[in-house]
Design a binder for this molecule. Structure first.
Ligand code: FEC
Length: 314
């Protein structure tokens, strides 16, 4: 075995990131806005949303920590302890993507695979995480391979289908009347002009989950669009709920297949905002459980990491 083959492969597990305390919301929001601080109104609006979900705790951080630990355990089970070492790299908070790669370099890692905790590829999401990781890896002399998507991995589809099935169970006898609404974070509409695969991959995930869970009626909708003055992909979940109410739909199960954790965009945008909007229109809205550190999700990640690692050998 060569010296480099004996070294562990670093696995950079990348996620969006969240503030560590209420005091850090402004710095976090400024980072999301590429260095432009929010206005006092924007800051107050975001702070109020965090306050509404969990009284000052940021669930994404703990969930990401748990996901990274669970992926490490899964890789150890599959390949033996010491073959892979997971590091965390966040897009908008510490430890940043660059910090994760720098930690690898400090530990003597020479080869690394990067994977993002969101299943579908967009140049504005996964593409930008991987670009930052690749640039830093190059600086540190680490060979790097990135997982671009795993949106149709059978373990992911099966884990989501099980959640849809138990979500439908919540409706009891009315189960047959439920419309399943798959959703994902909107992006600026211009991504369509550049041929970005994001909308298509989201529809592919939705189709596969609907078919595995034997769902008769479903639609796809966008959520959580930003306020940037430019058009974002639509329809937004609130517009979709308005149309469904007009069509007489009374039971909706939301399945946010572009997200994998409990966090603000799920706990506020769906559980508080969309839920209230639906109930005002006579719709009962339920949501599937998020994947978090689900073992099948971890196997989908581990498998994708091992497949990408083969590129390093080339
Ligand atoms: O729980 C938490 O603390 C963090 C929740 C969170 C997740 C998340 C995921 C995605 N975003 C994506 C794209 C954009 C674009 C902009 C944007 C803005 C925000 C703001 C907050 C925020 N995002 Fe996010 N996003 C989360 C949170 N996001 C807060 C700022 C205020 C607001 O608009 O609500 C617009 C940036 C700009 O102003 O130019 C674009 C995408 C994902 C899903 C993929 C991923 O997880 O990376 C895409 C979780």
């Amino acid at each position: 075995m060569s010296e480099s083959a004996a070294r562990p492969v670093g696995v950079l597990v990348m996620s969006y990131g969240t503030p560590e305390s209420m005091d850090e919301i402004e710095a976090y929001y400024t980072h999301i806005r590429r260095g432009h601080p929010p206005t006092p109104e924007q800051l107050e609006d975001l702070t109020a949303r965090y306050r509404a979900i969990v009284g000052g705790v940021f669930p994404l951080r703990e969930n990401t920590n748990r996901q990274v630990a669970a992926l490490q355990r899964t890789l150890d089970e599959l390949a033996g302890a010491g073959r892979y070492v997971c590091y965390q790299g966040l897009k908008h908070a510490k430890p940043f993507i660059e910090d994760g790669i720098a930690a690898m370099a400090k530990d003597g890692i020479r080869e690394a695979v990067g994977i993002v905790l969101t299943p579908q590829y967009s140049s504005m999401s996964v593409g930008s995480y991987l670009k930052r990781a690749r640039e830093e890896a190059e600086k540190q002399g680490i060979a790097f391979a990135g997982v671009e998507q795993y949106h149709l991995h059978p373990e992911l589809i099966s884990a989501l289908a099980k959640r849809v099935a138990s979500g439908l169970d919540k409706f009891g006898d009315a189960r047959g009347d439920v419309l399943v609404l798959f959703s994902a974070h909107s992006l600026p509409q211009r991504i369509v002009e550049i041929g970005d695969p994001y909308p298509e991959q989201l529809l592919e995930t939705s189709h596969a989950v609907a078919s595995a869970a034997d769902v008769g009626r479903w639609q796809f909708t966008w959520q959580s669009a930003g306020q940037t003055g430019q058009p974002w992909l639509g329809p937004d979940i609130l517009e979709t709920l308005e149309s469904l109410a007009r069509e007489g739909i009374r039971s909706v199960l939301v399945a946010p297949v572009g997200f994998v954790s409990d966090h603000l965009e799920v706990l506020y945008d769906i559980d508080i905002e969309a839920s209230r909007f639906a109930s005002e229109r006579g719709i009962r809205l339920e949501r599937i459980e998020m994947l978090n550190d689900d073992p099948q999700y971890m196997r989908a990640l581990a498998d994708s990491v091992r497949a990408a690692e083969k590129e390093l050998a080339g």
